[in-house]
Write a protein that binds this ligand. Structure first.
Ligand code: ITT
Ligand code: CA
Length: 495
């Protein structure tokens, strides 16, 4: 009985002690793993409205609440296209601009959890359409901005402003977006240049290899502890809608001189053979980009010729490649260093080249395919694409020829570096464009200095905890055997 009692008096407290320690460790491990579990992550949100010349889009971004300063953490949660045209088209009816945002903003209320609404920042940035309206009629542009501001303030979010952003900002924030999404910003080498083609302006932004000779084209950033010296330029009136107006006005000017008939025939090599449409001068040539070029006659007939090389000749006329006061220029006397590195080409660069299956291939094959496309009769084109919006469909030949001419004759890309241009819409889940970079900047989400690296990433943390647990179990087993053996030795001694 004594022997038994002696064995129990050693074993029971040891077993209870070991069980309690094991239970405490398991509970602590479970709590700490669950606390760090990314599945239960809390998110924060931000809203940016891209008020472009052709339309407005609402972007909702989200990011884990605890990790605001890490590269690549912010992603696009949702996007909504506002119905109708861009806000600059409401110059005669400014109230309509604010009202047009209603559906997308209601959608934003649904997409973002209600308890986050008051802290969710909302920004509106207007681009080239509003720059043009401000040039034409500053009061009208102020009224449109006041209308969208009033509308945005009526939602439960944190309103942070509605303004016309500059061309430099548009270029620079587009560059930040593509490099943030590609996770290039923590590494000191290898960034992606940004090419953005809108309806009313186009931007080129990249890290050049040579000195930037004009101050207007130079932007410096310090992001995550790395310094960036960027070249950027925005060409107002060189978005694809305004470029089409300029190109057509030049053809119309010469047609006007040649014949005095009414309506005049605008014989356009950039439209398909068989294309024939009556248009009015006042509704088509209605922007400051073509102001001086307005012909006297009100009506004209737009007739397609489908001749790609003539089309390219006529587009070349809108680029002035003389008068360069620097060591090198793109066009219109604008300084530009040689293009360098890989480029992401988004917005209309992508829509157009993707529609025509021209996002890969050499410059020569691209031109050949486009030549064949442009000469295809209009009725055939309509038959092949019955679902596509006719206005876009009629303009793809012009738009793609414009893109090739802008890239080759304007920005000086060559057959050799054509492959460095990637036509992209999204990187991961998020659209390429200036909006994400704009929000990251305004919410200070990209610090100038590298944030302290977390002691351990989540995966490392879990591995560490499991190894720690195994080690503790191993020690417990050792302790158990140690006590077990000493108990038996003690029993033997007693015997
Ligand atoms: O930057 P700005 O110049 O202010 O203009 P935007 O922001 O409104 O310009 P987008 O990039 O949205 O669009 C550029 C142009 O491409 C047109 N577009 C949009 N989707 C298209 C598609 O699927 N196919 C062809 N063109 C398209 C659109 O109407 C514009 O003329
Ligand atoms: Ca745009």
């Amino acid at each position: 009985m004594d022997e038994q009692g002696g064995k129990n008096s050693w074993n029971r407290p040891v077993a209870i002690f070991l069980a309690v320690i094991a239970a405490v460790i398991i509970i602590m491990v479970a709590i700490s793993v669950v606390q760090n579990k990314p599945l239960h992550q809390k998110y924060k949100y931000g809203i940016v409205l891209d008020a472009g010349s052709s339309h407005t889009s609402v972007f909702i971004y989200e990011w884990p609440a605890e990790k605001e300063n890490n590269t690549g953490m912010v992603r696009q949660k949702h996007t909504c296209n506002v119905k109708g045209k861009g806000i600059s088209s409401y110059s005669a009816n400014p109230q309509g601009a604010g009202a047009s945002l209603y559906e997308c903003m209601e959608e934003a209320k649904q997409k973002i959890p209600a308890h986050r609404h008051p802290e969710t920042p909302v920004y509106l940035g207007a681009t080239a359409g509003m720059r043009l309206l401000r040039m034409e009629d500053e009061k009208a542009s102020d009224k449109v901005l006041a209308s969208v501001a009033q509308s945005l303030k009526s939602y439960p979010f944190s309103y942070r402003g509605a303004r016309i952003i500059s061309g430099q900002e548009e270029g620079a924030f587009g560059w930040i977006t593509v490099n943030y999404l590609s996770e290039n910003l923590r590494k000191p080498t290898g960034t992606l240049g940004a090419l953005d083609l809108g309806g009313a302006s186009t931007q080129i932004t990249f890290v050049p290899q040579q000195n930037i000779e004009s101050k207007d084209n130079s932007i410096d950033f310090r992001l995550y502890g790395n310094d960036y010296h960027l070249y950027t330029h925005s060409f107002l009136c060189y978005g694809k809608d305004q470029a089409l107006k300029i190109s057509m006005s030049k053809i119309l000017e010469s047609a006007n001189e040649a014949s005095k008939t009414d309506p005049i025939e605008l014989r356009d090599p950039c439209f398909h053979p068989g294309y024939n449409d009556s248009k009015t001068v006042s509704s088509f040539f209605n922007s400051p980009c073509v102001k001086e070029a307005k012909p006297a006659n009100e009506n004209f007939v737009h007739v397609g010729l489908g001749n790609w090389s003539q089309c390219q000749q006529s587009i070349r006329k809108i680029f002035n490649t003389g008068n360069c006061l620097y060591t090198r220029c793109s066009f219109n006397g604008v300084f530009q260093p040689s293009v360098y590195g890989d480029f992401g080409a988004f917005s209309a660069f992508f829509f157009v080249m993707d529609f025509l299956n021209l996002t890969s291939g050499t410059l020569t094959t691209t031109k050949k395919k486009l030549e064949a496309y442009c000469s295809t009769p209009w009725d055939q084109i309509v038959k092949n694409h019955p679902q596509v919006y006719k206005k876009y469909l009629s303009e793809y030949c012009f738009s793609a020829t414009y893109i090739l001419t802008l890239l080759e004759d304007g920005y000086n890309f060559t057959s050799d570096n054509w492959k460095d241009i990637r036509f992209i819409k999204k990187i991961g889940d998020s659209d390429a464009g200036w909006t994400l970079g704009y929000m990251l900047n305004l919410t200070n989400m990209i610090p100038a200095e590298a944030p302290d690296t977390p002691l351990m990433p989540y995966e490392g943390y879990v591995t560490f905890i499991i190894l720690f647990l195994l080690l503790i179990l191993f020690l417990l087993v050792l302790v158990y055997f140690y006590f077990h053996r000493s108990t038996r030795t003690a029993q033997k001694d007693i015997i």
